[in-house]
Design a protein around this ligand. Structure first.
Ligand SMILES: Cc1cc2nc3c(=O)[nH]c(=O)nc-3n(C[C@H](O)[C@H](O)[C@H](O)COP(=O)(O)OP(=O)(O)OC[C@H]3O[C@@H](n4cnc5c(N)ncnc54)[C@H](O)[C@@H]3O)c2cc1C
Ligand code: FES
Length: 295
C-alpha cells in the first residue's frame, strides 16, 4: 500500500505529532552495520519521550515511498541548553537504511512524530534494561531520565521515585556490533555485556545476564526490554516466571506509523481472557509482557 504522508493531516490522527523536513547534522558509522544520525528538529526534540519513535523518509525519493520507524536514542541540546534535535541509531537492513548511510550534513529528512506510547516513567528502586542488538537505542534516554540526568517531553515527565540503580544487560552477536558503550557508561547505568561468540563480556545470551540479575541479592523490580522478537519472548517468560513487571518494545514493521493502515497489529490478551489485535504504532510499541500473546 502506498501512503504519501505529505498529504495527510497527521494532527487529525495523533494530535501531538508533527511532520517536518529536518536537516541532517551528522551521520556516522559507529559499529558494524550500525550508524548514528543526528537531526536538527527542535519541535520534535521538545516533545519526544524515552521509547517513543518517529517515522523517517527521504523527501526527494519515491522509492521507498513509505517511511521507516526509528526509536529515540537521545535529544541533543543547543549552546543554551534547549532541545535542538534528536539522535537515533540504525542498523543497515535493507533499502531505506542502506540509502540512509549516504545522507550527509544539510540533506533533508522528512520526519513525523513523536509516535507511540514509550516506556512508563520508572517508579521502582531497581530497574533492569535488557537490550538485544540495536534494541539498545531507547535505553540511553530511559537511563538519563531514570537517574535524573535529563528530562523529556512537554510538559516534562516527572519521576515520582528515582531508581537507586539502573542496570543494562546488552547482548550482541560479537564485539564489533557493540555501539554507544561510552554513552551508556557516562549515563550511570551498570553495564553488563554479552556476546554470542564470547568476543566481549559474558559468552552467551543476554538472557543469562538477566537471570544473574534476578538471582542476585538485589533483583530488579521492573524490566524494560527491546530487541529481536525471540529474545523479547524469552525475557517476557523469565519476567513472568519471576513475577517481575516487564515491558517489551516491539519492532513490528509499520507503514504509516499513526494508526490508519493496520499493517502493524499484534495479538494481545484482553481482560476477559479473549485475545484481540492492537496497532503497535498507536497502542504500543511498548506493551506489558503479560498482555502479549508470546509464542
Ligand atoms: C517502533 C520501532 C522502532 C524501531 N527503532 C529502530 C531503531 O531505533 N533502529 C533500527 O535500526 N531499527 C529500528 N526499527 C526497525 C527499523 O524500522 C527497520 O530496520 C527498518 O524499517 C528497515 O528498513 P529498510 O528499508 O532498510 O529494510 P526493508 O528493505 O524494508 O526490509 C529488509 C528486510 O528486513 C525485514 N524487516 C524490515 N523491518 C523489519 C522489522 N521491523 N522487523 C523484522 N524484519 C524487518 C523485511 O521484511 C525485509 O526482509 C524500529 C522499528 C519499530 C517498529
Ligand atoms: S503502521 Fe499504520 S496502523 Fe500502525
Amino acid at each position: 500500500m502506498d501512503v504519501d504522508c505529505s498529504n495527510l493531516d497527521l494532527a487529525g490522527f495523533v494530535p501531538t505529532a508533527l511532520e517536518c523536513d529536518a536537516q541532517v547534522v551528522d551521520n556516522q558509522c559507529v559499529a558494524r552495520n550500525t550508524w548514528i544520525m543526528r537531526i536538527s528538529c527542535p519541535d520534535l526534540a521538545r516533545q519526544i519521550t524515552p521509547g517513543q519513535f518517529f517515522m523517517v523518509r527521504d523527501p526527494r525519493a519515491t522509492d521507498p515511498m513509505l517511511g521507516r520507524p526509528f526509536a529515540l536514542l537521545d535529544v541533543w541540546e543547543d549552546a543554551s541548553g534547549q532541545p535542538a534535535g534528536i539522535d537515533f541509531g540504525y542498523v543497515v537492513i535493507g533499502k531505506m537504511t542502506g540509502l540512509m548511510t549516504l545522507w550527509r550534513p544539510n540533506d533533508l529528512c522528512r520526519m513525523w512524530g513523536p509516535l507511540g506510547n514509550g516506556f512508563p516513567v520508572p517508579d521502582v528502586d531497581r530497574l533492569c534494561l535488557v537490550a538485544g542488538g540495536i534494541g539498545q537505542t531507547p535505553f540511553l534516554a530511559v537511563t538519563n531520565e531514570a537517574l535524573g540526568r535529563k528530562t523529556y517531553g512537554q510538559p516534562h515527565r516527572v519521576l515520582h521515585r528515582q531508581p537507586k540503580s539502573v542496570s543494562l544487560c546488552y547482548g550482541v552477536r560479537s564485539n564489533d556490533y557493540l555501539a554507544c558503550v561510552d554513552l551508556f557508561q557516562k549515563s550511570g547505568a551498570e553495564l553488563h555485556i554479552s556476546t554470542d561468540d564470547g568476543s566481549c563480556g559474558h559468552d552467551g545470551f543476554v538472557t543469562d545476564l538477566l537471570g544473574a540479575q534476578i538471582s542476585s541479592d538485589a533483583p530488579p523490580e521492573a524490566i524494560y526490554c527491546c530487541g529481536p522478537e525471540p529474545m523479547m519472548h524469552a525475557v517476557g517468560k523469565i519476567a513472568t516466571a519471576s513475577q517481575i513487571p516487564c515491558w517489551l518494545s516491539l519492532e513490528t514493521p509499520m507503514a504509516c506509523g499513526f494508526g490508519i493502515c493496520f499493517s502493524c497489529v499484534t495479538r494481545v490478551r484482553m481482560d476477559d481472557g479473549t485475545t484481540d489485535y492492537r496497532r503497535t504504532c498507536v497502542e504500543g510499541p511498548v506493551f506489558p509482557a503479560e498482555k502479549l500473546c508470546l509464542s
